[in-house]
Design a protein around this ligand. Structure first.
Ligand code: OSB
Ligand code: MG
Length: 373
């Protein structure tokens, strides 16, 4: 391990329009507001991070503004000028601050990129990844109608082998079954985002005949008993997304048998350090995991790709190419599919750099900490 002294941290707040709105029963996202992190060490190396909170608290409590404030007022002052032997030490230095996991994750991600670069290793190798290319999937929102068949077919032609469909009050079991049956070589996930809290257990169990690979988060974050009941009643495995906010939540999922698959979002659990701890627990209990998306830009996606190389990441995650949501991603090279997979980079760190020209187009505000002299 190398010692890294943090010289300063730069933040860029961006607003990037989506090509098409991302619509679920929870919210319609038309523009992605986000924070990009540049963590600069004394030798001049830069680690990149991205904060995945949304503009308003429709998905998690944190927001871009709450993270912007927490980073500047409490988190960054704790690390500037300090020397760390490894990323988990930097993460530990932030733990006296309660919650604010997405804000912490933005720094934790940047520190993992920084340490990987300092040791001249690709991040996926630095964290012990076991595969150099990743099976990927796309998320298609909107109703299950004739247009959805064409969109799935278009995704198939692009090379995606997994499609995640959002389930809401209007999703018809038979329509969804027809879609799934029409693409026998494709995996389909159904994401409830808590909708069955309203629709009820019986409505959920009806989806068992669809042939989905899994159903993601049918009930709300803390509906542990309902998720346990669903796991007991259904053949289709239950995957928990919103419910998994920490290592302790995975312990709870196992203890209660409230789900059989983990949807991991590193932002929601506080970053890569906590993700690796969760990954160890998942290994012990032989729980499959996959990486959930946050409509993120290329920095977070590159970190996610590295995480997807870990042993327990046994199902294709939410990995669409840069050109699915964005006219131009803020990273170079852009993230692309090659024969239906994404290749992990041989470059040190996350393998992508900021495209400063694109960043400038979408940047609404920048901030930097005081320099360490
Ligand atoms: O529930 O998985 C979710 C996006 C924003 C908020 C919540 C979710 C999602 C997605 C992933 O479905 C979309 C993507 O990044 O492709
Ligand atoms: Mg989800």
């Amino acid at each position: 391990m190398v010692a890294v002294t943090i010289q300063k941290v730069r933040l860029h707040r961006v607003k990037v329009p989506l090509k098409q709105p991302f619509s679920t029963h929870l919210q319609t996202v038309k523009e992605r507001e986000s924070i990009l992190v540049e963590m600069i060490e004394m030798g001049g190396e830069i680690g990149l991070g991205e904060c995945v909170a949304f503009s308003s608290p429709w998905y998690t409590e944190e927001t871009v503004q709450s993270c912007w404030d927490a980073l500047q007022k409490w988190l960054i002052p704790e690390i500037v000028g300090k020397t760390f032997q490894e990323p988990s030490e930097l993460f530990q230095a932030l733990q006296f601050i309660k919650g604010n996991r997405m804000a912490k994750a933005a720094l934790d991600l940047a520190s993992w990129d920084l340490f990987a670069k300092k040791t001249a290793q690709p991040l996926w190798q630095f964290i012990g990844g076991v595969r150099d290319s990743i099976d990927v999937g796309i998320v298609l929102t909107g109703s299950v109608d004739a247009a959805m068949f064409s969109r799935v077919e278009a995704a198939r032609k692009m090379g995606y082998r997994r499609v995640k469909i959002k389930i809401d009050g209007a999703t018809n079991v038979q329509d969804l079954k027809q879609l799934v049956d029409a693409f026998p070589h494709m995996l389909f996930y159904g994401d409830g985002n808590g909708i069955f809290h309203k629709l009820g257990m019986e409505a959920l169990v009806a989806f068992d005949e669809v042939g989905l690979t899994l159903i993601e988060q049918p009930f709300l974050d803390d509906d542990w008993a309902l998720h346990e009941e669903a796991t007991r009643l259904m053949t289709t495995p239950i995957a928990l997304d919103e419910s998994i906010r920490s290592y302790a939540d995975v312990e709870r999922m196992v203890e209660k048998d409230a789900g059989r698959i983990i949807v991991l979002k590193s932002g929601r659990v506080g970053g890569i350090t906590e993700t690796l701890n969760i990954h160890e627990l998942a290994k012990i209990h032989q729980l499959p995991m996959w990486i959930g998306g946050m409509i993120e830009l290329g920095v977070s996606k590159a970190h996610n790709l590295a995480l997807a190389s870990l042993t327990q990441m046994q199902l294709p995650g939410d990995f669409s190419a840069s050109n699915h949501y964005w006219e131009e991603d803020i990273v170079t090279p852009a993230i692309m599919l090659e024969n239906g997979r994404m290749k992990l980079s041989n470059r040190a760190g996350i393998g992508v750099a900021l495209n400063h020209q694109v960043l400038q187009t979408y940047c609404v505000e920048s901030w930097h900490s005081n320099c360490l002299k």
